[in-house]
Design a protein. Structure first.
Length: 251
């Protein structure tokens, strides 16, 4: 059985030894935030989490989705400064799926968004997305640094230009791969929610529809350079149930 201690004033994070076969929640609060009242919740698997004003069923929902996705364990980190955001994260020193949630997602009126966000981030872990485009990212960063060093060392201009082009190409490849991963995670999240008896497509669609409206830049140039597709594009792929490949096909 794993427990989580509610935050105290002036404390950023509380770490407690984690059972990788369990579900646990922990909290990050701003330095000026006051600790919220605690309420214990218990999952179907027997894992108990003491959390500040956690909505009923949060641990049970995570445990159910984790079991359906065949993940050994999940650590949910609730961040008081992240609004309604959600992110799949990982740390080498803690080999368990981690999800960072904005505290605003725990409000009752965001119940559907919470379900969609949890399923989507669990999908990223299940599909192995966190390590996918790392090679292209490293190549882009390495070639970009190489181009700057070539300029600083007064090496031939063609070398700096070539390195910059390779860096740009690898950056575009990495962002394209990440955009495809977002579509894959949306589709997997819908199927995952359906496996646990919920209307997966409707929940994911509502979650996407609640995302902020993209700017003109994101709808134009950002379609090539941004790491996330626009909500409209994601809704279109969700409705079709297919992800377009780089080569014009579908998968």
């Amino acid at each position: 059985m794993t427990h989580t201690t509610p935050p105290t004033p002036g404390s950023r994070r509380t770490f407690i030894p984690f059972d990788v076969a369990a579900v646990r929640t922990t909290y990050i609060t701003s330095q000026t935030a006051k600790p919220a009242p605690s309420a214990p919740t218990t999952s179907a698997a027997g894992t108990t989490s003491t959390s500040p004003a956690a909505p009923a069923g949060l641990v049970e929902l995570v445990a159910t989705l984790r079991t359906a996705a065949h993940l050994p364990g999940v650590l949910v980190i609730v961040d008081s400064d992240s609004g309604t955001g959600a992110e799949a994260t990982s740390m080498v020193c803690l080999p368990v799926a981690q999800i960072r949630l904005g505290a605003d997602l725990l409000d009752e009126h965001n119940s559907m968004r919470l379900q969609g966000a949890l399923a989507h981030e669990i999908a990223h872990h299940t599909l192995g997305h966190l390590s996918g485009p790392n090679l292209w990212r490293r190549l882009a960063a390495g070639c970009g640094i190489g181009a700057l060093l070539a300029l600083a060392a007064h090496l031939p201009a063609w070398l700096a230009v070539a390195l910059a082009v390779v860096a740009a190409v690898n950056h575009l490849l990495a962002t394209q791969a990440i955009r495809l991963q977002e579509h894959d995670a949306d589709l997997y999240a819908a199927r995952l929610l359906e496996q646990v008896g919920r209307d997966g497509t409707a929940i994911v669609a509502a979650t996407l529809a609640a995302l902020p409206t993209p700017s003109l830049w994101e709808r134009t140039v950002g379609r090539l350079t941004a790491s996330h597709p626009t909500p409209t594009a994601r809704l279109r792929v969700l409705a079709s149930g297919r992800v377009a490949s780089w080569f014009g096909g579908v998968r």
